[in-house]
Design a protein around this ligand. Structure first.
Ligand SMILES: NC(=O)C1=CN([C@@H]2O[C@H](COP(=O)(O)OP(=O)(O)OC[C@H]3O[C@@H](n4cnc5c(N)ncnc54)[C@H](OP(=O)(O)O)[C@@H]3O)[C@@H](O)[C@H]2O)C=CC1
Ligand SMILES: O=C(O)CCC(=O)C(=O)O
Ligand SMILES: [Mg+2]
Length: 739
């Protein structure tokens, strides 16, 4: 029996699910469509891999593994909500919450002392960071702002901070010694297996990866970030930020690049607090303080020291903050800086937010200030400097007139950096890292390295590239919009990819289409020039740029990436429908717990459900599914037009109210359609009941706001408490139950 698999995740989206899913189930039930939930929350993913530490009734199924298998099934129909990609501080928090709830899980062993601890660490390391998306993404991505969303933004523009030509905001990126500069790439002429080893100058060899099977036509590349070059770059930038009087901010993706980026983040922390680390080096090591986990972790670890010592170090830290360049703040009221938690500032969302805010970030006084955005690796930093330069010249973008930039992104089968963490290493000693073909014994790629350098290898299989080119051509054809491949002829990897793009474009009829290959900086300028004229341009990009561009353009165009339609046509024939393009917005939970108001916008869920139902209808020859999908589309558009999206302020419509209005409009559209008499008659009654009770339900939902909420936990909240909190209208619940 075909099903729609709906994911239960974390934080705000998981709260929203508790209110939205009962509506979905009530509406689909009558048509025989089954909607099944799969729990891929961070807590469930941990419990699933530690059964040996749990009692029988605490054990849970491994839903992520099941979903990963389902994604390869031609029948797959998966709705995927954003989930937490956990940093180490988040991992420690969830473990401690679960332990307090009676789950006898082991601690995360930062520095494992024996084989048992190594094994535990390796289980946790697989859960850490972006551990869900790469497993489900068995296809490339098609993300765009639907017409209704774009039209709504044009009529109801979000605020955009003005830009001035003399803004001191800029991007700082490395000019040598980084991943881009050191990249080497090859395309494999035939399938083989490789071994990765570090041959140290002292004559010993460390095997970094025993064996990795590669397919014919697969592109691999390897590169290093030189520690020395990075440290001198960071030092220079700190000095320059102070001299120029701009905020120092670091923008990384410590979640997705879970091995490399926390190390780079840690170097920034150690460079900023160089005096503190020099003075207390051994002491800090003895309490297990790890700069890679951020300043907050360091401050927490200090609590293990005698009070006078703790105070002394805290004073030195404060002193360093006072004497260093001003730091960009994540929360100025609480004193949380850009260097506190590696997962607080995530580049895909943080850079667009800054650009939308006149290129400014918050300083310690809670005021906006020009910023130095430090993005150490220069592979992709240029797209942000080009956008910033563009804004300095042309002023802020105007949502009422600007065009749109849909994206076709290469990501299938862990393409490009996604998943590269199993092939990323912090080098333990000087020497040479070699990628060796096990069959021929030949060295395919080698790099001379120094202790502390970060070496990383990425792969892209051939079939995903073919699929990506095909998707790009089909989107260009369907929309008649120019499609630009963002590929850099100065990067070894992109040169290999370009050869394939040129070959595979030959497999398609591209007559009459405008298809170009431009470097990321050229592509940015080309796209932005068109954008301000109201012209649309498809960006066809690799995985990292897919991530960056699908927050950048949505945030500028429609105010948030939550409103994106995000489709992943799976290579085996199924469909994965991601909701929005953004994250799990932890700030929203905080507000919900304090004020009982949830501002999560579920538009992404509404649209994902729409395309999922449509896909269900086509796959299973189910006209009823199509009727539901068409009615949902009408309802979503009406919701936008009538301003029934969640407000940011307490005592105004929130996520729950917005779900109610979706249900009301969905029922109305089903009552008004004439394609399915059975659905028409059923939903005429539902629609009448919802209409009659509209103001009563809306009032019940608003009246529930304004007081703190207790949901019994953060990572593993109590499902009864959440359900109670998210479904406070008895009237609405009663009508749903009657369907
Ligand atoms: N696909 C996935 O599974 C993804 C998961 N993540 C994870 O999400 C977490 C937070 O990531 P971060 O990069 O900060 O990105 P977020 O997208 O969560 O946050 C950026 C800001 O965007 C706005 N926003 C995003 N989604 C919505 C929504 N549905 N409704 C209303 N506003 C929204 C909010 O702004 P404001 O509150 O100012 O209105 C929010 O603070 C991390 O754990 C990260 O790993 C991130 C990206 C994708
Ligand atoms: O997997 C993740 O951690 C983030 C994914 C993401 O940001 C995206 O796909 O846009
Ligand atoms: Mg993203």
């Amino acid at each position: 029996m075909p099903k729609i698999l709906y994911t239960k995740t974390d934080e705000a989206p998981a709260l929203a699910t508790q209110s939205f899913l009962p509506i979905v189930k009530a509406f689909t039930k009558t048509t025989g469509i089954q909607v099944e939930t799969k729990d891929i929350s961070l807590a469930a993913r941990i419990l699933a891999v530690f059964p040996d530490f749990l009692t029988e009734d605490q054990k849970v199924s491994n839903d992520l593994e099941e979903l990963g298998r389902a994604a390869k099934n031609p029948q797959a129909n998966i709705i995927k909500l954003p989930n937490i990609s956990a940093s180490i501080p988040q991992l420690n928090e969830v473990i401690s919450e679960l332990q307090n709830k009676g789950y006898a899980l082991p601690n995360y062993p930062d520095e494992p002392k024996n084989d048992a601890e190594k094994e535990i660490k390796s289980r946790y390391d697989k859960i850490k960071g972006s551990a869900v998306n790469p497993i489900l993404r068995e296809g490339n991505s098609d993300r765009r702002a639907p017409k209704a969303v774009k039209n709504y933004a044009k009529k109801n523009p979000h605020t955009m901070g003005a830009w001035s030509a003399d803004s001191k905001t800029h991007v700082a990126t490395m000019e040598h010694g980084d991943f881009k500069a050191n990249e080497k790439s090859i395309t494999l002429p035939h399938a083989t297996s490789i071994r990765i080893e570090l041959q140290k100058t002292d004559g010993t060899t460390v095997v970094l990866k025993e064996k990795l099977a590669l397919l014919e036509g697969e592109i691999i590349d390897a590169t290093i970030m030189s520690k020395k070059a990075l440290l001198s770059f960071l030092k220079e930038q700190l000095k320059d930020a102070k001299e120029k009087g701009v905020l120092f901010s670091l923008h990384m993706k410590a979640t997705m690049m879970k091995v490399s980026d926390p190390i780079i983040f840690g170097h920034a922390v150690k460079t900023f607090f160089a005096d503190v680390f020099a003075k207390y080096d051994t002491l800090l090591a003895s309490i297990g303080a790890n700069a890679n986990d951020g300043l907050e972790n360091l401050l927490n670890k200090l609590k293990e020291l005698p009070e006078d010592k703790r105070k002394e170090i805290e004073a030195d830290i404060e002193n360093a903050i006072a004497n260093g360049p001003a730091l960009a703040m994540v929360n100025s009221e609480k004193g949380i800086t850009n260097l506190h938690v590696p997962s607080d500032v995530i580049i895909d969302a943080s850079m667009p937010a800054m650009i939308r805010n006149s290129g400014k970030m918050w300083n310690a006084k809670g005021e906006l200030q020009d910023t130095k955005a430090v993005i150490p690796d220069s592979s992709y930093a240029g797209i942000y400097s080009a956008t910033i330069d563009f804004c300095k010249k042309h002023g802020a973008f105007d949502p009422t007139t600007m065009g749109t930039v849909p994206n076709v992104g290469l990501m299938a089968q862990k393409a490009e950096e996604y998943g590269s963490h199993d092939k990323t290493f912090e080098i333990v000693g000087d020497g040479v890292v070699k990628v060796i073909d096990i069959n021929s014994g030949k060295t395919l790629i080698e790099h001379t390295v120094e202790k502390g350098d970060i070496w990383r290898m990425c792969q892209v299989k051939d079939a995903p590239i073919q699929d990506w080119v095909k998707l790009a051509v089909s989107r260009a054809r369907a929309t008649n919009i120019p499609a630009i491949f963002w590929l850099d002829q100065d990067r070894a990897h992109d040169i290999e990819l370009t050869k394939k793009v040129n070959t595979y474009l030959g497999d398609h009829d591209i007559s009459g289409l405008e298809i170009k290959i431009l470097s990321p900086i050229e592509a940015t300028n080309y796209t932005l020039k068109r954008l301000i004229k109201g012209e649309d341009t498809i960006s066809v990009s690799g995985n990292v740029l897919r991530d960056y561009l699908t927050d950048l353009f949505p945030i500028l165009e429609v105010g948030t990436s939550a409103k994106m339609l995000s489709i992943v046509p799976l290579m085996n024939g199924g469909g994965l429908f991601e909701t929005g393009a953004g994250g799990s917005a932890p700030k929203h939970v905080e507000q919900f717990l304090e004020e009982g108001h949830l501002r999560w916008d579920s538009l992404g869920e509404f649209m994902a459900l729409g395309v999922s139902l449509e896909f269900y209808g086509e796959k299973n020859n189910s006209p009823k599914a199509q009727v539901l999908a068409d009615a949902l589309d009408i309802a979503t558009e009406k919701l936008l037009d009538n301003g029934k999206s969640p407000s940011r302020k307490v005592n105004e419509i929130d996520t729950r109210g917005s779900h109610f209005y979706l249900a009301l409009y969905w029922a109305q559209a089903l009552a008004e359609q004439n394609e399915d008499a059975e659905l028409k008659s059923l939903f005429t009654k539902v629609s009448e009941a919802l209409n009659t009770n509209e103001s009563k339900i809306a009032t019940e939902l608003i009246n529930d706001q304004g007081t703190p909420k207790d949901i019994g936990g953060y990572y593993l909240p109590d499902s009864d408490l959440i359900s109670k909190a998210m479904r406070p209208s008895d009237t609405f619940n009663g009508i749903l139950a009657s369907i």
